[in-house]
Design a binder for this molecule. Structure first.
Ligand SMILES: Cc1ncc(C[n+]2csc(CCOP(=O)(O)OP(=O)(O)O)c2C)c(N)n1
Ligand SMILES: [Mg+2]
Length: 660
């Protein structure tokens, strides 16, 4: 290690600890211990241009151990990537761009929101998959248009979490050679020594996943060792790499080093003084960065700016040599044109299950949206989630765009988020709706980051029948509806399903979750683009209705049949289809009033799921026909009948309400 390395690393340690002291909250242990890893990566390998942080061909860096955010902010500051010294001083404060954990969209240079341990690893796997796919599609001899590494830094916690195991197992199978995981192995987590809960040989586990495994025994000082390991990892092109760096949490400050105490508490003034003295810093200077540290970082940035310049020149030649590919490259980065959502897109043969409709839509889109990429957690035949005209993505076929995720729902969601974050890919994932709980945190992060990832969630109710309560979604609709920014669709027919896709691909600013039926549903005249309002009048009466029946998905059919009966009996009835509550809630007041007029307070919500949440539309004077228990195992028809989803029961409920 030369003196500038030493000075830079110690600057990272001191600045991070100092900012955390100032905010009186944060996690100093990781930045102090992992400073050599971050410094070596940034100063010798990480390809990015501070003047153009979003350069397509930059390396991606994910700090999966998001609690170590101050390490990332310090690096972004030193390398001139949009974080000022004032931002550092405002760590964790109201409206600062240096929040407690890295937040995508809030800080330039933050590639994904991290903090939920392990999730960043799945994001990184998604980014590496996107890179491999795009490279295969676009690169030509002499034109490495897409050619970058994805680095992810984890602690012990990320590698204990199941999601990282799921994602890394898949990454091994896919031989993602440009994925490099840097493991800050300090053997400490919040409760102390990892021996109490984590004794396996992680290296051997990763070897078994098919990864290239290296150790750096002295991660505290051996910059050349870390450098060599990264260089070595880059040379291994047919396996992802893990570099296990043995470090000391809180390195540099004897009273706290190696203890869990410095994981998540500021080290305090006295210890900061000790840290500065130990590392040879002037204790009188605060928030101090030596000029030569800035200068070295700037020199590195300038070198990278040159790399982007060369890339741009190469791309200009590529545009001449491969004009069609260059056009396609631009199309991959854009949203699809609204014109593709035409009558043909909305035309279907007749009655079918909405999972079937979704399969048909995906196959239409396959021809219209070239960057569509996705798949299922081993349920593709049931989810109807395969694009028939495209190959599967595999180590031998990175051009493929169907994905076998394996039975790994949670990683699948994190990978899809990573693919979207990479750019150039429109991702979708699929599984049974009931297992949305397995990947729910991925949906939450899609929503938090405003990523319009599509979640194809089939077998949406007790309609699954014989598989019984473990497979019958009940509370899942309410659960996803409760996530701010997520769009929960439950289409009544094929055309509403098509609308869900149109919305996802053109307007959505968050995940679009589609609950799709296993069983056949009718095809209605009234549906189609009307569904883009979230809720709309499907059947109506003269004047103000006496009662409104609101339904979603398969229960719209029940509402329509009950409407016929009640209308015959002289009642003034309206049916409202509610494919997406969140979208309806965003409409103007006058539209909402036109669908659910204040004057009609007798309203019944009909949905084969939890009644939770429907009260916002039914109010105090309405009623629900829902399911507030876990269902049962029997043929679907029997279950619907036994749980009251019959025309007679709905008509009786309506009459009771009308006569109240
Ligand atoms: C999914 C998840 N579970 C729990 C936490 C709370 N948590 C934050 S950091 C941490 C310990 C992490 O240990 P390690 O990764 O080794 O970091 P270090 O203590 O070495 O900084 C825990 C349990 C979290 N952020 N995410
Ligand atoms: Mg640790």
């Amino acid at each position: 290690m030369n003196s500038i390395d030493n000075l830079s690393i110690n600057t990272i340690r001191v600045l991070s600890a100092e900012a955390i002291n100032k905010s009186n909250s944060g996690h100093p242990g990781l930045p102090m211990g992992a400073a050599p890893i971050a410094h070596t990566l940034f100063s010798r390998h990480y390809k990015m241009n501070p003047a153009d942080i979003k350069w397509d061909n930059r390396d991606r860096f994910v700090l999966s151990a998001g609690h170590g955010s101050m390490l990332l902010y310090t690096m972004l500051h030193l390398y001139g990537m949009g974080v000022s010294m004032d931002d550092i001083k405002n760590f964790r404060q109201w409206q600062s761009i240096t929040p407690g954990h890295p937040e995508y969209g809030m800080t330039p240079g933050v590639e994904t929101s991290t903090g939920p341990l392990g999730m960043g690893v799945a994001n990184a796997v998604g980014m590496a998959m996107a890179e491999a796919h795009l490279a295969k599609i676009f690169n030509r001899p002499g034109f490495p248009v897409v050619d970058h590494y994805t680095y992810v830094l984890t602690g012990d916690g990320c590698l204990m979490e199941g999601i990282s195991g799921e994602a890394c197992s898949l990454a091994g199978t896919l031989k993602l050679g440009k994925l490099i995981l840097l493991y800050d192995k300090n053997n400490i987590t919040i409760e102390g020594d990892i021996d109490t809960a984590f004794t396996e040989d992680v290296g051997k586990r990763y070897e078994a996943y098919g990864w290239h495994v290296q150790h750096v025994e002295d991660g505290n000082t051996d910059v050349d060792g870390i450098d060599k390991a990264i260089a070595e990892a880059k040379k291994v092109t047919d396996k992802p790499s893990i570099i296990i760096c043995h470090t000391t949490i809180g390195y540099g400050c004897a009273p706290v080093a190696g203890t869990a105490g410095c994981h998540g508490s500021p080290i305090g003034e006295a210890n900061l003084k000790i840290l500065k003295e130990t590392l040879g810093f002037d204790t009188e200077k605060t928030f101090y960065v030596p000029e030569e540290v800035y200068a070295a970082a700037k020199a590195e940035g300038d070198k990278n700016a040159e790399a982007e310049k060369e890339w741009c020149e190469m791309f200009a030649k590529y545009e001449k040599e491969y004009p069609e590919l260059a056009e396609l490259y631009k199309a991959y980065k854009a949203k699809p044109s609204e014109e593709i959502f035409n009558d043909d897109f909305y035309s279907f043969g007749g009655a079918m299950a909405t999972r079937e409709s979704s399969g048909k839509v995906l196959n239409k889109l396959s021809k219209l949206v070239p960057n569509l990429m996705g798949g299922s957690a081993d349920l593709a035949p049931s989810n109807k989630s395969t694009m028939d005209d495209r190959p599967y993505f595999s180590a031998d076929c990175y051009e493929g765009s169907n994905i076998h995720f394996g039975i790994r729902e949670f990683a699948m969601s994190g990978i899809a988020n990573g693919m979207y974050l990479h750019g150039g890919i429109t991702p979708y994932v699929a599984t049974f709706f009931v297992f949305s709980d397995y990947l729910k945190h991925g949906i939450r992060l899609s929503a938090l980051m405003e990523l319009p990832v599509m979640y194809v969630l089939t077998h949406d109710s007790i309609g699954v029948g014989e598989d019984g309560p473990t497979h019958e979604p009940i509370e899942q609709l309410a659960a996803i509806r409760s996530i701010p920014g997520a769009y929960m669709w439950r289409p009544a027919d094929s055309k509403e399903t098509a609308a869900a896709y149109e919305f996802a691909l053109t307007k959505a600013d968050g995940p679009v979750c589609m609950a799709l039926s296993r069983q056949k549903l009718p095809l209605y005249e009234e549906t189609g683009k009307a569904a883009l309002k979230g809720a709309y009048v499907m059947k109506d009466c003269e004047g103000t209705p006496e009662i409104i029946l609101m339904g979603t998905g398969s229960e719209v059919e029940l509402c329509v049949k009950a409407y016929d009966e009640l209308t015959k009996a002289g009642r003034k009835v309206r049916v409202v289809s509610v494919p997406c509550m969140e979208l309806f809630d965003k409409q103007c007041d006058c539209y909402k009033e036109s669908v659910l007029p204040n004057a009609c307070r007798k309203r019944i919500a009909v949905e084969a799921g939890s009644s939770f949440g429907w009260q916002k539309y039914t109010g105090l004077d309405g009623d629900t026909l829902c399911i507030d228990h876990f269902g049962a195992s029997a043929p679907a028809g029997v279950l619907f009948k036994e749980f009251g989803f019959t025309v007679e029961n709905l008509v009786a409920k309506a009459e009771a309400l009308l006569n109240k």
